[in-house]
Design a protein around this ligand. Sequence first.
Ligand code: ZN
Length: 314
Amino acid sequence: MNGLRVRGVPIYDFPVPSWNKGKKQTYAMTPKKIVVHNTYNKATAKAESSYMVGNSNWTSFHSVVDDIAIYENVPFNRNTWHCGATYGNRNYIGIEIAKSTGNALEFAKAERNAAKYVAATLKKYGWGIDRVETHQKQSGKYCPHKTLDLGWQRFLNMINEELNGQKTIINNILNKPEVKANYSVQVSVGKGETLNVRSQPSANAKVVNAYNDGSIIYVEAVARDEYNNAWYKIPKIGYVSAAYCKGIDNRPKIVLYYGDGDKPIAELIASKHKVKCYRDDGTRTKKDYNIMYVGGKQYKDRFESAKVAVNAYL
Ligand SMILES: [Zn+2]
């Protein structure tokens, strides 16, 4: 399947050389199930492939997947030696998920890619999710160790999502709860571009809306997707990727009003704090909720009252 992609993940052929085929892919096979493994090391799928096809021991597998790509080493019509049980070794496809002792985020991506690949393989053969098993089930070995640690059913759910084309995204892979927020940000995607709003905090979730570049949006909470990327939750609308928004200074703009006789003081304060000042002519409206007024009996003098007023917002 060289050059192909499964849901965006590239697939590369990395075949066993002729001299090693007798050992690594000994018999013809009609595949009946898929057995999932973890490599129990930090190596990339490419390095793992290179090691497997070139060494002289009997261990082999059909394909290996990491956070970047899928490597196919043995065609599914030949057997491999992967699961410590004769029947499984002669009848089941062995798929390794790489980097299982490495970086947690890279492994999360590797598992997601493996789920896509397994789902595509199930579809190819017309199989259901019941055809996916652990190495542990074949011979008792605790493999795929990291996938089992994180939850086998969780991994099956990922495959099911890919199978069903469901975009329900699991925010629980890294188990990060949403963190409450209360501020606004500005959409920054480039002139004329729009930013998708999605139903869940994930690039795979359904698009439910879009914002134009420059839009100001209110952020209720910050969520994390399966790759630990931040998403802003917009109340009753959805989620946008935080990578395409920038912070804004949304402190209220201060306008200083002054009464008769206070102009010099008001101007001094206004200039010092770089705010505008106007004579209070009674035209203030409720909209000017952030206006400050120079004056007030509770203060010793006009200067102090203005300073208190401005400092309250700076
Ligand atoms: Zn295994």
